[in-house]
Design a protein around this ligand. Structure first.
Ligand SMILES: [Zn+2]
Length: 434
């Protein structure tokens, strides 16, 4: 523990929101030696001293640190787009105290050496906790399975070929079986490439108008259906990444009603933007799965409201101008999200999609549960991973000021409300940086 950890921090008078225990009341949170030492409901009269730092957080929300279970940190291999240092700095600035990073790096995270490299780099240079997601197949080629036992041992929390689907159903079946044996969740990038091939945006009225080849909603939903059936067949835990369509929601809702071991996530852009954003051919809106229709957006919100969608993750995908400042057809897919997600998630609360605890669960305890990581919440004795939010802070999204190297943010210039004002990881103030 560094010197700072020896200082007691008292977060005084905030609205403590702990989704795990359904706690929502005003109190003080006392942090010491990296853990939550006490939660005090009666105002305590601790005076600031050399050993005690008292921070007035009246009017602010104090939540467990947010968890983004789907980010691309680009290291190793594409450090010009992002590094573990810059990506995790962006995370804590956005209120996230932990991220799970996808394996489509160079080299691919398909062996213990790469998983260990990521964890080592994260502990040396990272600002937040990093949970590596390893590849399902070697080289993400969809042919030969990676060694799940070795990856698990090295510290991987899940397996996924994210960025690409596992097209071979027999391989996906075996992956679910092996993952079950090693207690890993399989994260599905649900896309039937034979349907999506050649597409640049959602297939519908807007793609027809723009003359761009589309990706039908069925390219996603048909793979969701296949993977749900394989989860049922194997009993392996399936998590569907970045759900974007109404039809996917129907399938997942039914799977959950039937008690299958299936969870899923969506991303802020899928409940905030539609395919109409592409009318100016701005490549910043090019993402996979693509932005869908108003109707899909409403279906995603309903699924967030009724619990069909368990988690909100950003799919933070930084690119340099080289990949984005090009013809629409040639541009890379992906958007950054770590530093713009929080106000968009709070919008769900303001719109009445869910109460604060049910929405906050999707960015705190739910993703941790899915990844099989213990979630302590705001309970005494738990590691002090805490986010302090000013829910009323109004600000304008300016990607130039982001800590991420990526500037491919689709919310540039938006006036938003709600901001992380402090992020503690293991009791240390990792944002703002002193
Ligand atoms: Zn993906």
């Amino acid at each position: 523990m560094t010197k700072e950890g020896a200082v007691e921090i008292v977060l005084r008078g905030g609205r403590l929101l702990d989704p795990q225990r359904r706690v929502d009341r005003i109190g003080d949170l006392v942090v010491r030696d990296g853990v939550i030492q006490a939660v005090v409901w009666e105002p305590c009269n601790v005076r600031p001293s050399a050993e005690i730092r008292v921070i007035d957080v009246r009017g602010k929300w104090v939540t467990p640190a947010w968890v983004d279970m789907h980010v691309h940190l680009r290291e190793p291999g594409e450090e010009y787009k992002e590094t573990i240092a810059t990506g995790t700095a962006a995370a804590v600035a956005g209120g996230f105290g932990a991220v799970a990073c996808m394996p489509n790096t160079t080299p691919v995270n398909d062996c213990a050496a790469v998983t260990q490299f990521i964890l080592r780099r994260a502990s040396e240079q990272g600002y937040c906790r990093v949970y590596p997601v390893a590849a399902i197949s070697k080289g993400l080629r969809g042919e030969e399975m990676a060694e799940f036992g070795e990856l698990r041992e090295a510290g991987a929390v899940a397996v996924s070929d994210d960025g690409r689907p596992v097209m071979n159903a027999a391989l996906m079946r075996r992956a679910l079986e092996y993952a079950k044996a090693f207690d890993l969740v399989v994260i599905s990038h649900a896309e039937d490439l034979t349907l999506s091939h050649g597409g640049h945006m959602h297939e519908g009225l807007v793609s027809t108008k723009l003359g761009l080849q589309g990706i039908p909603a069925a390219a996603e939903a048909s793979m969701v259906a296949r993977d749900v059936l394989l989860a049922e067949l194997t009993g392996g835990r399936l998590h569907v990444a970045h759900v974007s369509t109404e039809a996917s929601v129907w399938i997942l809702r039914q799977a959950k009603r039937r008690g299958l071991p299936v969870t899923c996530e969506t991303a802020p852009h899928y409940f905030t933007l539609t395919d109409e954003a592409l009318e100016g051919f701005d490549t910043v809106y090019k993402v996979n799965p693509p932005l869908r229709t108003r109707r899909d957006v409403e279906a995603i919100k309903e699924a967030l409201a009724d619990g069909t969608i368990d988690a909100i993750a950003t799919d933070h995908a930084p690119h340099s101008v080289l990949e984005k400042d090009t013809e629409f057809q040639d541009a890379a897919n992906g958007m950054i999200g770590l530093e713009s997600a929080l106000p968009l998630v709070l919008n769900l609360i303001r719109e009445g999609v869910g109460d604060p605890l049910s929405i906050l669960a999707k960015v705190t305890c739910n993703p941790l549960k899915i990844l099989g990581v213990p979630c302590g919440g705001l309970e005494p004795g738990a590691p002090a991973h805490v986010t302090v939010i000013d829910p009323d802070a109004e600000w304008v999204v300016e990607p130039e000021s982001f800590l991420s190297k990526g500037r491919n943010c689709p919310f540039r210039g938006w006036s938003v409300k709600g901001r992380a004002v402090m992020t503690l990881v293991d009791g240390l103030v990792r944002y703002p940086v002193a």
